[in-house]
Write a protein that binds this ligand. Structure first.
Ligand code: URA
Length: 206
């Protein structure tokens, strides 16, 4: 099997999350597996009503093998708690399952995934959606929104309401990293409050 096509060839027919996660370890659907430490698949279980999608694992997530365990994860945890959503009852995943970065000396600098990475990884997200069949999906940031909705949206134009999508409602909100970047600066409180307000739209489903 050649690399750089998409993940479809690696996705098993099973919709057990454990089977999906273990098959994903072998995925060569794009080149991102090479420099990454490991696949970061998801956390949460198949009975979750709220499924949250991020962009891709960051440095900490890549090292620990869990989504949203780094600084952006701490912002998300706080916002989820303030929105009345129990993180442990939600399912958390990413549009792209490997950390894309540029090595600069000892530092690994986050690089946004390209559309081809989103496309390559989408079969995993589709399989997860089938497995979990959540009542609502929350896309964190424009990259996640593109993966979930299969179209490009501007966060400012679609946030603040439930989008009526064919399979289930979708909430699009800002990525917690964008909120984190404002910490200590003007605009942080407002940006955080907007994130919480968007997450509250999903809370009744939790
Ligand atoms: N950012 C993401 O989009 N996902 C993670 O898992 C961590 C940071």
């Amino acid at each position: 099997m050649t690399e750089h096509e998409d993940a479809a060839a690696w996705v098993p027919s099973s919709r057990e999350l454990a089977d999906l996660e273990s098959a994903a370890q072998e995925c060569r659907g794009c080149e991102l597996w090479r420099p990454a430490t490991q696949v970061v698949f998801s956390s949460g279980d198949r009975s979750a009503c709220v499924l949250l999608v991020g962009e891709q694992p960051g440095d900490q997530e890549d090292r620990q093998g869990e989504p949203f365990v780094g600084p952006a994860g701490r912002v998300l945890d706080e916002a989820l708690a303030d929105a009345g959503i129990d993180r442990s009852a939600a399912y958390l995943t990413n549009a792209v399952k490997h950390f894309r970065f540029e090595q600069r000396g000892k530092r690994r600098i986050h690089q946004k995934p390209d559309v081809r990475h989103l496309t390559a990884c989408r079969p995993w997200l589709e399989a997860e959606m089938e497995a979990v069949s959540p009542d609502v999906v929350v896309a964190l940031g424009a990259t996640a929104a593109r993966a979930v909705l299969a179209r490009t949206v501007r966060i400012g134009e679609v946030r603040g309401r439930l989008l009526d999508e064919p399979d289930r409602p979708v909430v699009v909100t800002t990525h917690p990293s964008a909120v984190l970047r404002l910490r200590g600066r003007e605009g942080y409180a407002e940006s955080y409050a907007e994130l919480v307000a968007d997450l509250r739209l999903a809370a009744p489903y939790a």
